[in-house]
Design a protein around this ligand. Structure first.
Ligand code: SF4
Length: 362
């Protein structure tokens, strides 16, 4: 697994610091750049505004252009942006007002506001980067989030964001702001688990969530936003999927894409695995029907996080490789598979003993 943290030698700061590692040229490209001076085994020394900034990492690891968040007194820095990766996500809060049965990042009570630092980091990302914004629920801090995105948009109009939100906090008064930020700048990833409001509310652990979500989706529609509707496939909503497809066709035709997603075995997803994981390698019929219904009306539909061999051949074009590089793995039987180049494999925390029963090389 690729580490999202990196060892640093103690640096004399009292406030969180954003540093970009620069390994070419002798002049810093910005006040946030640390310019490489020397590599000695695992030790790399940089010049940061006249101070020695030292990182410890394997000699063959590419960290040129990476953007770090260094916290006072800590010897482990967060790699907020990996310049060589397309899978960069800023976890802006761990607070959330839902308690989903499959939550991969169970909520915490406290919040540390690092939006100013995240804005600096995003503005240092490579040209044309798409940066994920995740939580917790980012829109619990809506004003700060919009400020951050607006700031980056002014400084770096080429940067785009993929905001994952439960849609509970979008209101009519947000339409103008979202419209001004622009359809191309933000892809809103919003979860909807069932067209049955009781089932949806049960899955997200919040009474009235479906009704709030409907209002949120109307706000996004009125703002002309790009929406990726996300449905994790679970035992809890398995029989509902075709009805959900019909609901999307008739009520949510404005969305950009509908993503049916396999379960991630971490957090509550791991705790509730036995009662939630739906083995789609042995039974695919509900997904087949849902995809057929949605695509018949022109809804772009995708299968996220599905190993290709768990999907019948005629539906494999719907299943792109979506698991982020830093948390992706392949199993022993993948070694000889002809589809490995296009298959997204498994999450690092997937356990095959409890997982798909009918997989194998293609
Ligand atoms: S054998 Fe492995 S690489 Fe091949 S399709 Fe299945 S999961 Fe993907």
């Amino acid at each position: 697994m690729i580490s999202l943290s990196i060892q640093v030698e103690p640096f004399p700061i009292v406030e969180p610091l954003i540093v970009r590692l620069q390994e070419s040229g002798t002049e810093a490209r910005s006040q946030h750049d640390a310019v490489l001076l020397d590599i000695d085994g695992h030790r790399r020394e940089y010049n940061f505004q006249g101070f020695s900034f030292v990182v410890r990492t394997p000699p063959d690891e590419c960290i040129d252009g990476d953007v770090l968040l260094v916290l006072p007194g800590q010897t482990s820095a967060h790699r907020l942006i990996r310049a060589s990766s397309h899978h960069n996500t800023l976890l802006v809060t761990e607070q959330c007002d839902q308690l989903c049965v499959m939550c991969s990042q169970p909520p915490k009570k406290y919040h540390t506001d690092l939006f100013d630092q995240f804005a600096v980091a995003a503005a240092l990302a490579p040209q044309g980067a798409m940066i994920g914004i995740s939580g917790g629920e980012p829109l619990l801090h809506k004003t700060r989030l919009f400020e951050m995105i607006t700031k980056v948009a002014v400084e770096r109009p080429d940067i785009r964001f993929h905001v994952l939100t439960n849609g509970q906090h979008l209101e009519p008064s947000d339409v103008e702001t979202i419209f001004q930020l622009g359809r191309e700048r933000i892809l809103w990833g919003v979860p909807l688990y069932s067209a049955n409001r009781n089932t949806h509310d049960r899955i997200v652990g919040k009474d009235g969530a479906f009704a709030r979500l409907e209002l949120g989706l109307v706000t996004l529609m009125r703002a002309g936003a790009s929406v990726e509707l996300r449905t994790v496939v679970l035992q809890q909503n398995w029989s509902d999927l075709p009805d959900l497809a019909t609901f999307i066709n008739t009520r949510l035709g404005f969305i950009s894409v509908w993503a049916l997603m396999q379960l991630e075995r971490i957090g509550y997803g791991r705790m509730n695995w036995d009662s939630s994981f739906q083995d789609t390698s042995t039974e695919f019929e509900q997904i087949r029907r849902a995809v057929d219904i949605a695509t018949a009306r022109g809804i772009r539909t995708s299968l996220y996080n599905f190993p290709l061999c768990s999907v019948p051949p005629e539906y494999r074009d719907f299943a792109p490789s979506t698991i982020s590089d830093w948390k992706r793995k392949y199993l022993e039987f993948c070694t000889d598979c002809g589809a490995r180049g296009t298959c997204g494999g498994f999450f690092q925390w997937y356990s095959h003993n409890e997982g798909f029963a009918a997989l194998g090389p293609l």
